[in-house]
Structures are given as C-alpha cells and as structure tokens.
Write a protein that binds this ligand. Structure first.
Ligand SMILES: [Zn+2]
Length: 440
C-alpha cells in the first residue's frame, strides 16, 4: 500500500486542541491520514513526496444544502419566504427531471470543491441523481432523500412507499468507506404530520441513519401547529413524538427558547447553522452561542443556492461570528477558531461523519491547500493572526488544491476529472427552461 507524503508551510488541524503546525508533513495511506507532524520528526518515507507550500487545513463541511437548486439560483429575490417558495421555487422545481437534478448537482458539487468544500449534507428529491453526480465530481455526500407533504404526505400509502424506498436506497448506497452515506430528510413539522415525522424517525433509528429536518427557520411557520397543540413549542412537540431520539440534524433552529435548547442538549441534537440564508430570507438569528455553551454540535451551512446565492462556505465562516458578535454586542463571543471548527470537525459530527473534518492520524484525508501569497494574508506576526486572516478573509479564491479521501479533485484551481464548461451550459439552458415552463 503506497503512502503519499505532502509537505506544507503551515497546517490548521482543527483537532481537539486546535493545533497549529509549521513545516508540516502529512502522510496519506489508503485514503486516510497515517501520520502528521513536523517534517523534521517524520518517519522515513521512501514513497512519493509533494511539496505544497502554503497552508493546509481540513476540507470544509456544508452541513445543510439543496444543491440542485443551482438551477433556480437567484429567482424570486425579495419575496417573503412563503411567496418565494409557493410562487417561484416550487413551480420551477416542480418541472425538474432527474437529468436536471443531475446537472444541478454536478455544477454545485464543482462549485463547492473549487471553494474547498469537501463534504455536503443534502436534503433533496432525485437522490440517485445526486449520488451519481457526487461520485462523478468527487465530493463526499450525506444524502438524506426529502419527504414533503405535496408528494408524500397526501395519503398514508404514499408516505409508506417513500419510507420503504429510502430504506432500500440506504441499503444500496450507504457505505462509510465510500463517498456516500445516507439518511432521511423529512422536510419539517409544519409541512408533515407529526405522526409521520415520528414514523420516519423510527425508520431512521432502525438503520442507525441520520434524520435531517428543518426546525424553526422562521418566526411564524410553527404558529398553526403550536396553536393546535396547546401552545407547546415545535421542538417540544418533536421531542414528545420521539422525533429527536436518534441521530438528528436540525437545520436552522433560529426560533428556539431556552428549554428547546435544553432539549437539544439532552437529546444530543446537532444543528446546521445557515447565517447567510437566514439573513437573505430575513428569517432571524439563531442562538448559536447558547447552543454551543450547552455542548451542542453546530455545523455551518449554505442552505440551497437559491437562498444564498452561492455554495462558498467561507462566507458562513465570516458571517456566523459577525452575527453572533453583533447580536450579543460582545466581540469575544465567537472566535475565528470557533468559526473554523464549526466549518470542519463540528460540522462533520453534525452530519454523522465522525472521521472527517480534522487533520489527525486516522482521519479521512479530506484536505485543502490555501495560497498564502495573497494581500489578505499579510502581515502575520503570530499564529493567531494567521488563523484570524483565514477565518475573516479566507475565500474560495485562496483554495488552490483539494483532496477528498486522499484523491486530488482540484489541482491548481482546476477540477481534475470534470468539465465545468459543459455543466455551466447545461444549467444555463435547463434553468431557462424551468423558468419558461413554470411561467415564473
Ligand atoms: Zn433548507
């Protein structure tokens, strides 16, 4: 088994101690990191060695996305959330074919890899197309097939069939040794009956699979449900119905009260925080510091590209601490280290991947190289300043090379095995068709 060695000027490891290394050697064997440390301490290495220079760090983890929405990117800007969904998004998405979703996911996966995002957790229909695109372009995918009321909630049989299909999909594609793991993606408690959410959660628990659900994104979405249930909060209702008992990823979680946060902590619910989407759609500010203070894992996420409008997680790395600081009026409330941790190892745990998101022995070799020869990374008078530059000023344009599972998928800012030009053309013409055919 060949071991490849990579040499870099610096490494941000995102390990438990947030270790920062200089003159670093990283050995990759069979897709995992087999050694990391100072080059001068490295074991004898007869195999291939690549001098990278620059800074290496774990690939970023997008913990909540609907990536084929690249096909409807930018549509309906400025509409209130429900009008935006019902008058523009759903009519256009309703026209989508599996082939459309395939191209939308190919383009989005390419966009993410070029920005240094090496894992994404997706809630969408057309799950097989998304798996195909992820394997082709080379991104790590947690695929949680969507379950929505308009398609699956109308009749008991439709919901049962969808649950059976997703369980079958899991048995076919879930493989932690590959790029693909799978879960269940019930849309939300305001969209689906609680009893159905409960059944889906049970099916997920039976397979030890991730349950990925939107929770309390907007202030008003839960009003009807809560009024029907004696004013109990959405989180409490989900907990009462056993929906939070397995491995659960709750996207958004903006409008939580203190006891909801306590429930998340007790049930070990993980959160996908989408600061840019929450600002763009005027949804609100999630109480992230309160959650993390209780030990809740919070990942960062773009949400779908229609509500962002890009898949470059570096913006979330910047906006999460900005939002946290401006709402608490406390400049120390979220550090650059916190933001980078959430974007990597904490997000990995949130989406059910416990062996990605760090540069340490045993981790999957998902890592990226940043070019430090850039105006925004100068000057550096100590390590913390460099870490701060990366968090505050880092962006996709700094990412030159990307590896997923030890395989290089971006080299010198180019995808190694994918034709971006063709995907751009396809999404352009398919996006135009969706707009035309839906009359939006
Ligand atoms: Zn979402």
């Amino acid at each position: 088994m060949t071991t490849s060695r990579y040499l870099a000027d610096y490494a941000i490891t995102c390990d438990r101690d947030f270790s920062f290394l200089a003159d670093v050697a990283i050995d990759v064997t069979n897709g995992r990191i087999s050694w990391i440390g100072k080059e001068s301490d490295a074991p004898h290495h007869p195999g291939p060695t690549t001098k990278l220079g620059g800074l290496v760090m774990p690939g970023l983890v997008n913990s909540h996305a609907h990536t084929p929405m690249t096909l409807v990117r930018g549509a309906g800007d400025g509409l209130p959330l429900m009008d935006w969904l019902t008058k523009v998004m759903w009519p256009r998405e309703g026209q989508m074919t599996p082939e459309d979703a395939l191209w939308g996911m190919r383009l989005g996966a390419a966009e993410m890899l070029l920005a240094g995002v090496t894992s994404t957790c997706e809630m969408y229909l057309f799950e097989e197309a998304l798996v195909e695109a992820a394997n082709e372009v080379g991104i790590r995918l947690v695929m949680t097939p969507g379950i929505i009321s308009t398609l699956h909630g109308e009749s008991f049989g439709a919901a049962q069939n969808r649950i059976t299909d997703i369980a079958e999909f899991h048995s076919q594609y879930h493989d932690p040794n590959s790029l693909i793991t799978t879960g269940f993606g019930p849309h939300s408690a305001y969209d689906l009956p609680l009893e159905l959410c409960s059944e889906i959660a049970e099916a997920a628990r039976d397979l030890k699979a991730l349950l990925h659900i939107h929770v309390c994104e907007t202030k008003t979405e839960g009003a009807e449900l809560e009024a029907q249930n004696a004013g109990e909060s959405t989180v409490q209702l989900l907990a009462n119905h056993g929906v939070l008992d397995g491995r659960v990823l709750a996207a958004h979680s903006v409008w939580l009260n203190d006891s909801d946060i306590e429930t998340y902590a007790q049930k070990d619910v993980r959160v996908a925080h989408c600061p840019v989407s929450n600002m763009k759609l005027a949804s609100g500010t999630a109480p992230i510091q309160a959650m993390r203070a209780k030990g809740i894992d919070v990942g960062l996420a773009t949400d779908g590209p229609a509500s962002n409008d890009d898949l470059d997680l570096w913006q979330e790395i910047k906006f999460a601490p900005l939002l946290a600081r401006v709402t608490t009026l406390d400049a120390s409330s979220m550090t650059p280290q916190d933001a980078l941790t959430m974007a990597t190892v904490e997000g990995s745990r949130a989406i059910g991947n416990d062996d990605t998101g760090t540069l340490e022995i045993g981790s999957k070799a998902d890592f990226i190289r940043l070019d430090l020869d850039d105006p925004t990374f100068v000057p550096v008078t100590n390590n913390d300043e460099l870490i701060a530059h990366v968090a505050w000023a880092g962006s996709g344009r700094h990412v030159t090379d990307v590896w997923v599972g030890g395989k290089q998928v971006v080299a010198h800012r180019q995808l190694t095995n994918f034709d971006l030009g063709q995907a751009l053309q396809q999404v352009q013409s398919r996006g135009q068709r969706l707009a035309k055919d839906s009359g939006t």
